[in-house]
Ligand binder design. Structure first.
Ligand code: C5P
Length: 241
């Protein structure tokens, strides 16, 4: 089993991100760079984190016309990111353009194409918010619709909430990679997360990767927190040195 922990580096500066990456690199699977860190640190933060040997998940949630998204994806591939996100509500043409652009650029560079993850319905949206947009069938129906659209457009992965893992596995089978935030130990504060699951529960439900931020980054010892999580999932994941 791969190390499934992706640490969300939700910090304001490249310096803080690199400090965390140095401490956590050996005990986690990847680092997620979101809008806050990317807007402050730019492509350099991606390159500097990549230089530590870490896998990089660039979470910028692209959503635009197909050509613009394809070009942004190609720039991300050039930076060497391993995972990136697009909004599935951009539609099948945009999703296929993203996947094709990634494959073409990666082939040109002789590297692996990153895993493009589709974001379905943001967990900040509820049924009433969707109704405001003219979508009447509720969040679960819309999540399934968009997840199927992503898969049929060629995407190999999705971001989903812990509660969506089970039914997305049932709908889409075992091959799709499911990346899940909203992870908390029963003992840790939920912060602003409303529907959480423990790391081991999420893995048992079928998650491929766990996005974990504050329970690791704000811990007294981030490294010890990550090791505790690995131990709870499978002690064999803990590196021996
Ligand atoms: O600190 P915490 O573990 O809550 O961080 C979770 C990370 O996952 C944050 O970067 C957050 O933006 C992201 N995320 C989320 N819920 C989603 C999608 C992304 O918490 N539905």
């Amino acid at each position: 089993m791969q190390n499934p922990i992706i640490v969300a580096l939700d910090v304001p500066t490249t310096h803080e991100a690199l400090e965390l990456a140095k401490e956590l690199g050996p005990v986690v699977g990847a680092f997620k760079i979101g809008k806050q860190l990317f807007v402050s640190g730019g492509p350099d933060v991606v390159r500097e984190l990549k230089d530590t040997g870490a896998k990089i998940f660039l979470d910028l949630k692209f959503h635009d016309i197909p050509n613009t998204v394809a070009k942004a994806v190609q720039s991300a591939v050039e930076m060497g990111v391993d995972m990136l996100t697009v909004h599935t509500s951009g539609g099948s043409e945009m999703l296929t353009a993203a996947e094709n652009a990634s494959n073409e650029k990666a082939a040109m560079l002789g590297i692996d194409s990153p895993l493009i993850l589709g974001v379905t319905v943001l967990t900040s949206m509820d049924d009433a918010n969707l109704a405001e947009l003219g979508i009447q069938e509720g969040t679960q129906g819309q999540v399934v619709r968009l997840a199927k659209l992503a898969a049929s457009s060629g995407l190999r992965g999705l971001v989903c909430s812990p509660q969506e893992i089970k039914f997305l596995r049932e709908e889409l089978g075992g091959n799709i990679q499911l990346v899940t935030p909203g992870i908390r130990f029963e003992s840790s504060p939920a912060d602003d997360q409303k529907r959480t699951m423990s790391p081991v529960e999420a893995i048992k439900a079928g998650a491929s990767w766990l996005v974990i931020g504050r329970p690791i980054t704000l811990a007294e010892s981030p490294r010890a927190a990550a090791i505790d999580i690995l131990n709870s999932i499978d002690p064999e994941l803990v590196p021996s040195d």
